[in-house]
Design a protein around this ligand. Structure first.
Ligand SMILES: Nc1ncnc2c1ncn2[C@@H]1O[C@H](COP(=O)(O)OP(=O)(O)OP(=O)(O)O)[C@@H](O)[C@H]1O
Ligand SMILES: [Mg+2]
Length: 589
């Protein structure tokens, strides 16, 4: 089916879905304030004179959850309009959102791109049941997910057109062949964990015959391997940001373009990390894509590259040695190598936009399939709140097929995932942005057994206190890692995981009859059991208190409305709304 046909077929459904998400999230972020006009029916009156009405229910997270098919729009004359168009809504609500004209027009483009992706997402699973979906191989299932659950323009990929989406976007499930460059070692930073050699980095993408083909080209071009390091780059990045912006380096012979080589690579949910489709146990490849996608440009900063391998090894050693983590089988998806080539001109503009400082680099990461057994499944946490074509959540199907009760299943989930994250925070002062794309759940016979954690460069932060447990981490690594006060660091778990993952799981389960109260009560029980078993960490549990009556409401969408599309030197930081009642405190026994 062509994109044009897909648009014709799915436009109403994807717009309704995006509108419902918009009402859900912008209501929660306190940008919109619908009022209840009759039990379960709400009205949103906008300064523009337009009005929206919809049905919904209020969750334990102080969130109105809107039923997509119930939405109607009334124009300034009070007439119901034919269609529900997500883009028109943002224009209708312009006064409430406070976007400048320039921000609004850019936003509409980001939204248009997102909708272009959403019609493909809809096409992918609209005819599938949850049972069909969870039967898929893990990497394929990852391509079927809806994406970031909070951000309305979650698949903006500013700078990409339809052909780029089809060639490189996760939901199109493309086979990507990477481009290869030979980089002058004197110009680049390269870090490898001790026992790793460069050959293994090449093996990750190239099989024997491709290696022969690449080697003979290198011989032909007289590429001296002691002077040059071979590195893959994303084909889009090569064509759009490297061949032009690094042309001086090419002319000087410090960068040599070798061409496309290697196995077909499949993009993961993060778009710029790719799995080897032919040999799934090989290292994943994370590459810069200088496009704006969900909040920021997706480059690779040089700042963490040299520290990255040591940092993730330190974490992996902890996971192996610490009884709380080891007994729960927690997996660290190590990043054993990283490379970065600074831009010779842009690096002279120190406070220039961050996207210009992050264009050429690579991070190699262990594939989760190299760490799990053949009878285990590894699914992103976001899979659990994903719905199938009939609106049924996948988590219900996992629970059904596991043979466990929902209570038992959830208790195992929290013990396998939340306890390790909380322990890392309390014992080691390590915060990981634990959202549904960074945290992977490993299931055996559909039962949660362990967690796999990834994405440490920039997304791993340390407490700003001198925990003795941090002393085994070298000073050089500590000095490049962001340090945060405990009250901020706790948000990597509270906001990153509870609000951004568990909120969505408890929502979809509540829609099918499972008590939210019970959900957070079970979470509290698992945390309490762990805390009782670790009395030596009492003062840390007070420092990182998950049971406070209220927690901060961290708002992502509002940042875009206010900051717009300026080319900033730093990544944007979220805004705060009024505090939330903490479901863990509410349900404490
Ligand atoms: N459920 C989800 N939660 C958060 N982000 C998601 C989710 N699904 C898809 N994404 C996408 O994944 C990316 C998350 O950003 P993040 O900085 O964690 O990852 P990354 O550094 O780009 O890649 P990786 O995690 O592969 O190292 C964004 O591009 C976002 O749109
Ligand atoms: Mg990530």
């Amino acid at each position: 089916m062509s994109q044009v046909d897909r648009i014709k077929q799915h436009w109403p459904a994807v717009n309704r879905r995006l509108l419902a998400k918009t009402f859900n999230e912008l209501g929660w972020e306190q940008v919109l304030t619908p009022v209840e006009i009759e039990p379960g029916r709400y009205q949103l009156t906008l300064e523009s004179g337009t009005e929206y009405q919809f049905s919904g229910w209020t969750s334990i997270w102080d969130q109105l959850i809107v039923e997509p098919n119930s939405i109607i729009r009334l124009d300034q004359k009070g007439q119901q309009t034919d269609s529900c168009d997500a883009s028109q809504f943002f224009l209708d609500a312009r006064a409430e959102l406070g976007m400048s004209s320039a921000t609004m027009c850019n936003f509409l483009e980001e939204l248009g791109n997102t909708l272009m992706a959403e019609v493909q997402v809809h096409e992918n699973y609209q005819a599938m049941t949850a049972a069909d979906m969870i039967r898929l191989p893990d990497d394929e299932l990852q391509c079927l997910l809806d994406g970031h659950p909070k951000v309305t323009v979650s698949k903006g990929r500013m700078g990409w057109g339809l052909e780029d989406y089809q060639a490189y976007a996760t939901e199109f499930r493309p086979d990507i062949q990477l481009e290869w460059l030979a980089l002058d070692r004197e110009q680049c930073e390269l870090a490898l964990i001790e026992e790793l050699d460069e050959q293994q980095l090449i093996n990750a993408v190239l099989d024997q015959s491709e290696q022969q083909r690449l080697n003979s080209l290198c011989d032909q071009l007289k590429v001296d391997r002691s002077r040059f390091f071979l590195m893959p780059v994303h084909p889009w990045q090569w064509q759009n940001k490297l061949v032009n912006l690094f042309a001086g380096e090419i002319a000087a012979g410090r960068i040599i373009h070798l061409g496309a080589f290697g196995d077909p690579m499949l993009p993961q949910q993060s778009l710029r990390t790719l799995s080897n489709r032919a040999r799934p146990k090989q290292l994943n490849i994370k590459l810069p894509l200088s496009i704006l996608n969900t909040s920021c440009y997706r480059g690779i900063p040089g700042r963490y590259i040299t520290a990255g391998p040591e940092l993730s090894r330190w974490l992996a050693d902890i996971a192996a040695d610490d009884p709380v983590l080891a007994s729960r089988g927690a997996i660290i998806l190590e990043e054993p190598a990283g490379a970065f080539y600074p831009h010779p001109l842009h690096s002279q503009v120190k406070d220039g936009p961050y996207r210009y400082h992050e264009m050429l680099g690579c991070i190699w990461r262990h594939s989760v399939h190299s760490k799990t057994g053949d009878n285990e499944q590894a699914v992103l946490m976001a899979t659990l709140f994903q719905k199938d074509g009939n609106g049924q959540p996948l988590i219900n199907e996992y629970i059904r097929q596991s043979g466990l009760s929902a209570d038992e299943w959830l208790s195992k989930l929290f013990n396998a995932v939340v306890v390790p994250l909380y322990h890392l925070l309390c014992k080691y002062g390590v915060g990981l942005v634990a959202h549904g794309q960074n945290v992977t759940l490993v299931l055996k016979n559909n039962i949660p057994v362990k967690v796999a954690l990834k994405d440490f460069q920039g997304d791993l932060r340390l407490v700003n206190q001198d925990f003795p447990e941090l002393e085994t981490l070298s000073e050089s690594v500590r000095s490049v890692t962001v340090r945060l006060p405990a009250e901020y660091l706790i948000h990597d778990l509270q906001t990153g995981h509870f609000v951004t993952v568990l909120r969505f799981i408890s929502n979809v389960m509540a829609e099918t009859g499972y008590s939210e109260h019970r959900f957070y009560q079970l979470l509290g029980q698992q945390l309490a059991a762990y805390m009782t078993a670790s009395p030596e960490l009492k003062s840390r549990f007070e420092l990182f208190d998950l049971f406070t009556p209220e927690i901060a409401r961290v708002c992502l969408n509002r940042v875009r409305f206010r900051l717009g599309y300026g080319d900033d030197a730093e990544r944007p930081v979220p805004e705060l709304g009024t505090n939330l009642i903490n479901p863990l405190a509410l349900t404490r026994e």
